[in-house]
Write a protein that binds this ligand. Structure first.
Ligand code: SF4
Length: 364
């Protein structure tokens, strides 16, 4: 096979097969060409994968036996095994999946009145060390391949097929820093957005970063019309460094400059995620500083009352203070909402289910 796909070649060097879900539509066409097959087969294969959602190449009945054999020879179709799931009283479902190499990842389905949204994980663990996050406690184990991210959406859709419902939006806000796994992330976005794939509209996809500045420039240059969120969590560089060590590598002023560039290139607004941590970043003074930092910027602020994390010391901000923070921003002319909490009665904070599973494994 003469495919110029780093991921595929890496797998072959290791003697393992890549998942077919890792292939973008144009890459699949390229592979077919190398097999001497017409390019329209790519549409047929995508239809089997993403519309009919088959679980084996054998089921692709309008392909020749020979082509099904070649597919099975070069690729796998099974990437995720369900270990457990939890369903919250508000309908939020949290899945814990096992990857082929035994690592586990989380995927969350959230129910909104405007549709069902899936929150995907991009890495096994994370190296960025945000001090409020359980997912970073064990460090980064490895990056996910595009196909392993796609498979999370596909599995969520399979689950929803049972209720005749559809995944209407995707948020890349699960475990890991998406921009730390940039190329597979871009492939993932193209696969789920493709009209022959899961056909999730660009404006129904959101990518969130903790602020990896060089990748923000690269992302801006892609000029994708998807939603873009940045975890800000503090209006000054000192508090931000305390919460997010990534701020030491890419300080706040550099981050803001890169976001100006993003807005200029794409014409799109930025959403700032701002987690409220009791007595750390949640006073009216912080709100005023935040308003000053982002004034006149094409943006929106999403305030997140954070869940307490078992392994960390942060406490929740009282309701009245959340209201006060919101009001201060509004008075300063900032576009702001408070995120509705979901899955509060299950382990819904990023990484909690996986951390709990690990503890149980250790205990067992
Ligand atoms: S919040 Fe996100 S970027 Fe920060 S350590 Fe956790 S997973 Fe990584």
């Amino acid at each position: 096979m003469n495919l110029q796909l780093a991921e595929v070649e890496k797998h072959q060097a290791l003697g393992v097969k890549p998942s077919i879900l890792t292939l973008r539509f144009d890459h699949l066409q390229q592979w077919l060409k190398e097999q001497g097959e017409p390019s329209f087969r790519a549409s047929q294969i995508y239809q089997w994968l993403y519309e009919k959602r088959v679980t084996s190449f054998e089921e692709m009945s309008n392909l020749s036996k020979d082509l099904r054999g070649k597919l099975a020879n070069d690729f796998t179709l099974d990437t995720l095994k369900l270990i457990t799931s939890q369903t919250s009283s508000d309908g939020t479902i949290k899945f814990l999946f096992e990857l082929q190499d035994g690592y586990s990842i989380e995927t969350v389905v959230m129910r909104h009145n405007y549709g069902n949204s899936v929150c995907v994980t991009t890495q096994v663990g994370c190296r960025l060390g945000c001090t409020f996050c359980a997912s970073t406690l064990g460090g980064l184990k490895r990056n996910l391949q595009a196909g392993e991210i796609v498979a999370q959406v596909l599995e969520a859709q399979r689950h929803m097929d049972q209720q005749d419902e559809r995944v209407s939006s995707v948020v890349v806000m699960g475990i890991g820093e998406p921009f730390d796994n940039f190329d597979p992330l871009m492939d993932f976005l193209k696969i789920i957005n493709h009209d022959k794939g899961l056909n999730i509209g660009a404006r129904h996809i959101t990518v969130s970063t903790s602020g990896v500045v060089p990748k923000i420039y690269q992302f801006a240059d892609e000029k994708l019309q998807i939603n873009f969120a940045v975890s800000l969590h503090a209006p000054d560089t000192e508090t931000r460094s305390r919460l997010m060590p990534v701020n030491r590598a890419y300080p706040l002023d550099q981050l803001m400059e890169s976001l100006d560039y993003y807005i200029e290139q794409t014409g799109r607004r930025v959403t700032f995620e701002y987690g409220l941590f009791g007595s750390v970043n949640d006073t009216s003074e912080h709100a005023k500083q935040l308003a000053k930092l982002i004034k006149n910027m094409k943006c929106h602020v999403n305030l997140i009352p954070v869940n307490e994390v078992l392994e960390r010391d942060y406490v929740r901000t009282p309701k009245e203070q959340i209201d006060e923070f919101e009001k201060t921003l509004k008075d300063e002319g900032i576009n702001v909402t408070v995120r509705r909490e979901q899955g509060h009665d299950i382990d819904a904070a990023c990484g909690q289910l996986r951390a709990k599973e690990r503890q149980e494994e250790t205990r067992g």
